[in-house]
Design a binder for this molecule. Structure first.
Ligand code: NAP
Length: 283
């Protein structure tokens, strides 16, 4: 599969399989189905509470470790130097792996600088191949980059047709930071899967709305994280390497921009307090 090369040379498959909100009892099977469908990049997080089942799915799939790119994310309560060192080892143990390909700070809160120093050390030791952040604004990415030895290699943010983030993508790419799109389908909000503009574009190529969206992101060199528990949809979402959008299609998709998150603002004080107080047991 097409890859995106990070500033440190690590290559990440441009389409990944996300496991957020997959119940523990379904996760191992979903991971096996995704690997069977051709996905070689899996995105989990400490807060998804399914790292152990992701590890089980990987093991049971029989895939060689070096063929897979696995991401996990440090939850807010562990975002400080000691928290990263301790919880990273626990994540590794749950995943049954001896290294992680990409380790991210999940949210831009708590002691990000302390956490980053621990992540720099983990990368130097070879336990992590690449390090980055998620849900950071561009100014905070640049600040972190300027005052540390190692620059963030990735920022994972919400991007979908209603929250397109064109300027943010351009700014991050200009800084050499690879961009990953979470909730590319906006989790189906705002009737995304029956959107008339996307449906009409898809009809031209005999492709679904989901396929048009994945293609639209890939053409921007954005790494896409798509989630489905259904094998037929996993296969659908990955079948996007045999068509191209025109600039007219892209202009049509641009009209869908709402300029707002489909979920919440990371700058909302109430959300920050909610995440600060969300203490997850066992991670
Ligand atoms: P998403 O991928 O935008 O949407 C998933 C939803 O779309 C599910 O309800 C799925 O249903 C449905 N779906 C998938 N493919 C479909 C298709 N071809 N046709 C119709 N429906 C389809 O949402 P997401 O899971 O929130 O985001 C993707 C990944 O991004 C996550 O799994 C996670 O890895 C990552 N993420 C990261 C953050 C962060 O803060 N860093 C936040 C959110 C998500 P079924 O499963 O029933 O098929």
């Amino acid at each position: 599969m097409q890859t995106v090369k990070l500033i440190n040379g690590v290559e990440i498959p441009i389409l990944g399989f996300g496991v957020y909100q997959i119940p523990q009892e379904e996760t191992a099977q979903s991971v096996k189905d995704a690997i069977q469908a051709g996905y070689r990049h899996i995105d989990t997080a400490q807060s998804y509470m399914n790292e152990r089942e992701v590890g089980k799915g990987i093991t049971e799939s029989g895939i060689a470790r070096e063929e897979l790119v696995v991401t996990t994310k440090i939850w807010v309560q562990n975002v400080n130097y000691d928290g990263v060192i301790k919880s990273f080892d626990e994540s590794l143990e749950r995943l049954g792996l001896d290294y992680i390909d990409l380790l991210l700070i999940h949210q831009p809160y708590n002691d990000v600088y302390g956490a980053w120093r621990a992540m720099e050390e983990l990368q130097k030791s070879g336990k992590v191949r690449a390090i980055g952040v998620s849900n950071f604004s561009v100014d905070r990415v640049v600040d972190l980059a300027e005052f540390n030895e190692v620059k963030p290699q990735v920022n994972q943010i919400e991007i979908n047709p209603f929250q397109q983030q064109a300027q943010t993508i351009a700014d991050l790419h200009a800084e050499g930071v690879a961009v990953e799109a979470w909730a590319p389908f906006a989790e189906g909000r705002n009737n995304l899967f029956s959107n008339p503009v996307l449906t009409k574009i898809g009809e031209k190529y005999n492709k679904s709305v989901a396929q048009v969206i994945v293609r639209w992101l890939i053409e921007q060199n954005v790494i896409v994280l798509a989630k489905s528990v259904k094998p037929e949809r996993m296969a659908e979402n990955i079948a996007v390497f045999d068509f191209e959008l025109t600039s007219e299609d892209q202009q049509q998709i641009a009209t869908l921009e709402s300029g707002e998150s489909q979920f919440f603002s990371h700058k909302d004080p109430a959300m920050i307090k909610m995440m600060a107080n969300r203490k997850i047991e066992g991670i």
